[in-house]
Design a protein around this ligand. Structure first.
Ligand code: 6PG
Length: 244
């Protein structure tokens, strides 16, 4: 795994950089036998990225080559304020020329256990399988102040079997039910990006990025793509405690 850490003056500049990286990767994708696959996270951070991607880069990529999936979803209907799909639809999908069939939401309104069984089948219809798991071209992650990523929370159980693609989870504070890709799927991707902004994340960022600080303590510390790349994109505030 090759890892890089890039620091940007503002969240906007970081969003522009991530948008440029993604659109360049899409343009360079020349394997006509399969689409380019991207799994998106939710929360607050991605909103600016989605807006910049659609607003400033929307005409720079052939979106018909791209299939979007979700890293995780809250167990709410697709129009709910908390829905990760709603955020992406309003800020990105509705503003680019992408076929509806290229968007694969996790059905938060369904029974979580049933949906955690169903969604992997939708993924496998599109995504190539490597080492027995879906291999996304790009996975974009956020980071919680408690070191969680996706909906993989510190101290919560993870599936025993490495073959599990999707799991259910409960947010430790809000108790909100979630559905999430598992850590082995995150680590099976070709390119994993963390996008982190804000001074409130500076502590956890330095614990996870500084060599040897956190070890494997946090779920986000365990994101180490087996064959892929790991890139941290931080704004100046989130990087403010890094000494490296
Ligand atoms: C979610 C995300 C979650 C998020 C982090 C950071 O569904 O909430 O997948 O992992 O990326 O909690 O969230 P913020 O971007 O809101 O800080």
């Amino acid at each position: 795994m090759d890892r890089s850490v890039k620091i940007f003056q503002t969240a906007f500049v970081m969003a522009e950089k991530m948008s440029g990286i993604l659109t360049e990767m899409i343009c360079k994708h020349d394997d006509v036998s399969r689409p380019f696959t991207v799994a998106l996270s939710g929360g607050n951070t991605p909103g600016l990225f989605f807006s910049v991607l659609s607003g400033h880069f929307g005409s720079q990529a052939d979106w018909s080559k791209v299939h979007f999936f979700f890293v995780d979803e809250r167990c709410v209907p697709p129009g709910h304020h908390d829905s990760n799909y709603r955020l992406a639809r309003e800020a990105l999908f509705d503003n680019i020329r992408i076929p509806g069939g290229n968007i694969h939401r996790i059905r938060g309104e369904e029974d979580p256990e049933s949906e955690a069984q169903r969604y992997p089948e939708e993924i496998k219809d599109i995504c190539p399988v490597k080492n027995g798991l879906p291999a996304f071209d790009v996975i974009i992650l956020g980071l919680g102040e408690d070191g969680h990523t996706a909906s993989i929370f510190h101290g919560s159980g993870q599936p025993d079997s490495r073959e599990v693609v999707c799991m259910t989870a409960t947010h430790p504070v809000t108790r909100q039910e979630r559905i999430s890709l598992t850590l082995p799927v995150l680590n099976n991707a070709a390119n994993v990006f963390f996008m982190v902004t804000g001074r409130n994340k500076a502590g956890i960022v330095s614990e996870i990025i500084q060599p040897g600080a956190a070890g494997e303590k946090y779920p986000a510390s365990q994101v180490r793509p087996v064959r892929g790349s790991l890139q941290w994109l931080l704004d100046r505030d989130a990087a403010s405690l890094l000494t490296m």
